[in-house]
Design a protein. Structure first.
Length: 128
C-alpha cells in the first residue's frame, strides 16, 4: 500500500502556523502566501509541531527595502531555524521555504540512515 499524504486542513493550519510581521503590516495576500509556504512544509513532514514564519522589513542594511524571512520549525528534538533575505517579501518566503525544505530532507535522511544502520547491526549480531 502506498503512503497517502493528507493535505493539511485550514483548522490544522490555524493551530500550527504563526505568521508575524516585524516592522511590517502583513497584508491578506502575504499572509495567504506564507500559509502556502507553511502548508508545503507541513505536507513534507507531518511530525512538525509548529511553524513560525517572521517577515521583517529592514531599512538599515542597504539602500532601499530589505526583507528578511525567518523560519522556526518546532519538531521533536532541537528546533530548526533558518533565515534568508532579499529585496522582495515573496521571494524571501520562497527562498526560506527551499532552505527549510532542504533542512527537513537532510534531517529525514539522517534518521532513515540511522534506522537502517541499526537494523544491519542487529541482523549481523543475530546471524553469529
Amino acid at each position: 500500500m502506498k503512503n497517502v499524504k493528507i493535505l493539511p486542513t485550514p483548522e490544522l493550519l490555524a493551530t500550527k502556523v504563526i505568521v508575524r510581521g516585524i516592522h511590517l503590516d502583513i497584508t491578506p495576500a502575504l499572509y495567504a502566501y506564507a500559509e502556502g509556504v507553511a502548508e508545503r512544509l507541513l505536507r513534507h513532514n507531518e511530525h512538525l509541531i509548529r511553524v513560525r514564519l517572521d517577515i521583517e522589513l529592514d531599512r538599515t542594511r542597504a539602500i532601499g527595502d530589505q526583507f528578511i524571512a525567518k523560519g522556526h520549525l518546532e519538531i521533536r528534538g532541537p528546533d530548526l531555524i533558518a533565515s534568508v533575505e532579499s529585496k522582495d517579501a515573496y521571494k524571501s518566503l520562497d527562498l526560506l521555504a527551499d532552505k527549510l525544505d532542504s533542512i527537513l530532507r537532510r534531517l529525514h535522511g539522517k534518521h532513515k540512515n540511522h534506522r537502517h544502520d541499526n537494523a544491519a547491526e542487529i541482523v549481523e549480531n543475530s546471524a553469529t
